[in-house]
Design a protein around this ligand. Structure first.
Ligand SMILES: [Zn+2]
Length: 490
């Protein structure tokens, strides 16, 4: 299989194949041969390994979760140590298993154990410093679970049900969810964060113009704020694709003007149409069109979400009907006969021409085909180290990333002018940068001693900015936990 994939400019099917390749995992190193000619003027093709995409993070098959219920000397567990308390734990477990089963179309099966009775951590809640409490309570809870005989390391995720010893609310970071209360829908949301998802927000304003960000405002998504349990069961197709719950072949990337059908996101029927429609908006973002067939507020037309290539950027539910209802999000869908007109800026219009009673939507979509073909493919970024699910890091850490510009080639460094890595602490504004380095060629590798100086145990981001020689740019934030405390535990 040739590594070099020239970017097709004339053939729509080939172009689709390229986008599918962008979304699919590349072959592992060693299964490809190098070859082809460089589009940059006849030089030797870059050598190296193909670059995976940090955005794509399959979470499918059987995955195990340990819910660790803890108490402190001065703080009781969130559940009483009674049969009723245990039943409450079980009910949360069963609901979360069911939510992920439905959202993943049965491709993800969560196997959730829980510690019972609650584990007493031999500390007071007041012993934790606000800065490091999240990291240290995690470490203490895991140590307590291990002491009680649980093989914590064998699980794919852990959930801490703990009295609130940290300043913020519930959290999800890398492989851990922190729950200071027992709200099941919040746990679904926090586990979503452990799948590298950001928040599903609402853009309260003109869909492609002025407006206000409403954080959590996408009421239809588990990463937003919908209060109905039914809304916790259906993630947007961008999240589903990245988790491996949708296949790239389930999604149609529209590159030509035409009439398209769209099947239900909740109950897809491939004979009726794709499960989602993606329209590239610009070099960094896409419109995602989905049919929420079980959602009363969106029964007649698609909802449209704008998403970027940065996994921690929010996704934005766009408002297709301004000024009709007090709560703008409630008529965000594009009703029958309505048109979303983004022709002036991005050459795109979407008109809902669906017929009442059809089990699918019908949409007339116009795009500027020449513009679509000319859109830049942003650099692809992968984080090679630290490993994604490995949990916290300590001591000297090698942060290593790979990047390639798919307009040129998929091997590390191809078409990349500069890679910048910043390690920063997101909980302060402006965020303090602990380490920063720029690279003009691979390896893109930055070493940092987390134990030297006064780096607090906390949550951090590794920011990776990759700039293509063609001007395209991509940026991802990769979650990091620094924990130099666990190593001091007996
Ligand atoms: Zn959140």
């Amino acid at each position: 299989m040739p590594v070099f994939r020239p970017r097709p400019r004339a053939s729509a099917p080939l172009r689709l194949a390229t986008l599918a390749a962008l979304l699919a995992f590349v072959a592992p190193a060693g299964t490809s041969c190098s070859g082809g000619s460089s589009s940059r003027g006849g030089g030797a093709p870059p050598v190296g390994v193909p670059v995976d995409d940090v955005l794509l993070y399959p979470f499918v098959g059987s995955k195990s979760v340990l819910m660790i219920v803890v108490s402190f000397q001065d703080g009781p567990a969130l559940f009483p140590t009674t049969a009723e308390g245990e039943n409450k734990v079980r009910a949360i477990r069963d609901d979360v298993v069911d939510a992920y089963d439905k959202d993943s179309y049965g491709t993800l099966s969560l196997d959730i154990d829980y510690t019972w009775p609650p584990l007493l951590i031999d500390k007071k809640m007041s012993d934790y410093s606000p800065t490091s409490a999240l990291v240290h309570v995690r470490a203490d809870a895991i140590a307590a679970a291990k002491k009680a005989g649980y093989d914590v390391d064998s699980y794919d995720r852990e959930v801490l049900f703990s009295p609130k010893v940290w300043p913020s609310g519930a959290r999800g970071w890398i492989r851990t969810a922190w729950m200071p209360h027992t709200l099941r829908w919040v746990l679904v949301h926090e586990l979503g964060h452990t799948l590298s998802r950001g928040h599903a927000d609402f853009w309260d304003g003109i869909p492609n113009g002025a407006g206000t960000r409403v954080e959590y405002g996408d009421i239809f998504d588990p990463m937003g704020s919908g209060q109905l349990w039914s809304r916790r069961l259906v993630s947007n197709p961008w999240f589903k694709l990245r988790a491996g719950w949708l296949d790239p072949s389930d999604i149609l990337t529209v590159e030509q003007t035409g009439r398209y059908t769209l099947t239900s996101l909740e109950n897809p029927d491939p004979t009726e149409g794709p499960t989602a429609i993606r329209i590239r908006r610009d070099g960094m973002s896409d419109y995602w069109l989905m049919y929420r067939s079980t959602e009363p507020l969106a029964a007649d037309g698609p909802i449209i979400v704008r998403a970027t290539t940065n996994p921690y950027d929010p996704t934005y539910l766009l408002d297709m009907t301004r000024g009709q209802v007090a709560n703008e999000v409630e008529d965000a869908a594009l009703g029958r006969g309505q048109t979303f007109d983004d022709a002036a800026t991005n050459g795109i219009t979407v008109t809902n021409v669906s017929q009442p009673g059809d089990p699918f939507l019908t949409l007339d979509i116009t795009v500027d085909a020449a513009r679509q073909l000319a859109l830049d493919l942003p650099p692809r970024i992968d984080v090679l180290s630290p490993p994604r699910d490995a949990g916290p890091v300590s001591g000297v850490v090698d942060f290593e990333v790979a990047s390639s510009d798919l307009d040129v080639d998929d091997t590390n460094g191809a078409g990349i002018q500069k890679v910048t890595m910043n390690l920063f602490l997101p909980s302060q504004d402006p965020p303090p940068v602990l380490a920063s380095q720029e690279f003009l060629a691979p390896p893109y590798k930055m070493s940092f001693d987390t134990a030297a100086g006064t780096t607090p145990d906390n949550f951090y981001y590794l920011e990776v900015i990759s700039e293509g020689a063609d001007g395209g740019q991509n940026q991802v934030w990769f979650r990091v936990i620094i924990d130099n405390y666990t190593g001091t535990l007996p």
